[in-house]
Each structure stands twice: as structure tokens, then as C-alpha cells.
Ligand binder design. Sequence first.
Ligand code: ZN
Ligand code: ZN
Length: 335
Amino acid sequence: MKWVASELHTHTAHSDGKQTLPELARGAKKLGYDCIALTDHNTMSGLADKEAVERETGLAILPGMEWTTFYGHMVTVGLRAFVDWRQAEPDNIRAGLTEIHRHGGVAGLAHPFRIGSPACTGCYWEFEVEDWNEFDYIEVWSTTFAPIRPDNRRAYALWTDRLNAGDRIAATSGRDWHEQKATDDPLSVTYLGIEDEQAPLAEQALLALRAGRVAVTLGPLLTLEIRSGATGRTYGIGAVVPAAADEGVSASCTALVSLQFSVREGLWELPPQSYRLAIWSNKGVVAERRIEATDDATYSLDIDAGDTTWTRAELWGVVKGIYTLIAFTNAIYFA
Ligand SMILES: [Zn+2]
Ligand SMILES: [Zn+2]
């Protein structure tokens, strides 16, 4: 599995951004991203020179659009064609999701708890949701230094609640990047797990997002696999660990957590410290350990997977003097 650094929420001057697509792409390249999604508000006109910019920068650019309505913002990515957002009403977001999926796209809630009107029209999510499984993801980390922001903590808690309720839904970060302005804030990276390195990257990135092969971080790349005691096989992020006929056997699993500090070298930094690695599930924290070393390594933690419906890894530590979540994986599910 190759993990590709991605930024999934960006704007150009075709909506309210203060940058062109080439400026955005060059800026993303400098920050170590391999893939971006352009998600201008209610327009895809900024994508006209996409191929030329991809050739110039080597970056994969996913076509997208941010549905910007009075009742919420929704990021859509991977669309083969414009899908009209103007019929969106509080009780019919489902019809829009069907159209987006029919045109090859995926959709996620954008910054669902950001303060809405009058500060930011429609930024707060108010659409009625009947079936959360119809959404591909929730953008749980928005803007910069995302994990310390109260609205993002609410979004992260919403994601956890949905996982606990049995929904299979991914979680991403998005800078909501509007201009090339330097910041000292830590930047989030959404890593997408690419299965076929020979295939076009944009296509593979979309498959990864749809399958929930996603890991989000302010720095080191944190990924997870579950080795099942029942089948002896390992299952990656987004996959489902099958139930075993013998329940006693299925309960013993090993979480294999890979932590790579060597990614995007020189583009982020954390103070020397002892990190806390935790394995979460619907039962709460089921395993944890301290991490002192910053060499790339894989850690094995035994977990009791009885009555488990999902699990994820989290890395906690100090960033700019604040103890916070630094990285998290998306879920591995249990049948
Ligand atoms: Zn928005
Ligand atoms: Zn936006």
C-alpha cells in the first residue's frame, strides 16, 4: 500500500479563493502533497486547465465542487460532470447524493460545526440526514491546527458516534485553502491508501476515499492493520474483518500500528516527547502504549475483539505547547 499525501478542500478565484489553479498546485507541491481536490463553491470552471497544471507540477488534481447552500456545505470529489446543487433543500440532500454518486463522485460534510450565518452563510450543517451511510465521509478536521478547534472536536465526536451506531463512514481533513499565505499553524494531511501504483493516481485516490482507506495527521503517517486470530490474515484501513465460526478464536486479534516519522521530511516538526498511541473501538480505548522513538516502526498491540464493530488508531502528544490528537486512522470494521 502506498500512502499519498492529499489536500481535499481548496478554492481558486473561480469562487472566493485568491489564487489560480497553477498557484494552488505549485503551493501544494512545495508542501509535499501529491494530490489535491479543487472544490470551488458551486462551480467547476476552475478546472479548465487541470491537465496542463497536472503536467507542469506532477500533481494529481481531483475534480470537485463544494455545494454551498443555506443549509450546509458539502464537498464533492471525483465528479465526471457538473451536478446541479440548486435544488438542495433541508429535507432532500439524499437526492443530491444519489446524483453525485451516479456521476462517479463521492461526497462529504464540510466543516459541519463551523459557525453559520451571519458569520459564514450556510457553514453550519442543517440538512436532515436519514442514512449516514449515503455520505462517503465527514471532514472532521477543517482549516489549520485543526485538532485543537472546538468545531472540529464536535465533528470528530460526530464521526465516532456514527461509527458506534454502525455506520461505515470515512473521516478526512480539509484546509479549506483559499490563498497562498504562509502560516505557522500545523497543516493537516489526508493520506489516501493507493492499491495500484501503476494506475492513474487521481483514479486510485478516489477509490481510496470511497473505500475509507484514509489516515489523517499533522505530521507522522499513522496507519493500522488488524491481524485476525481466526483467519490468520491481516486487514487494512477501510476493510472488514470477517467473523469467525469459533467466537473464542475470533476475539484474539493484533493491532499492527505503523508510525512513519520520515514522511514529508522537513515540512513539519514536533518537539521531542513521549507520544501516546491508543487503539479505539466501540468499546473505548482497548490498548495503548507510549512511543519514545521517532524512527519509522511498526508496533504490535494485542486486542480483545469480542463485541467489536470498528477500531482505529490515534496518536496523541504536544503540538505548539498544547496536548492534542496528532494523527488518526480511519476505521477497520468487524463483521
Ligand atoms: Zn464551506
Ligand atoms: Zn470551502
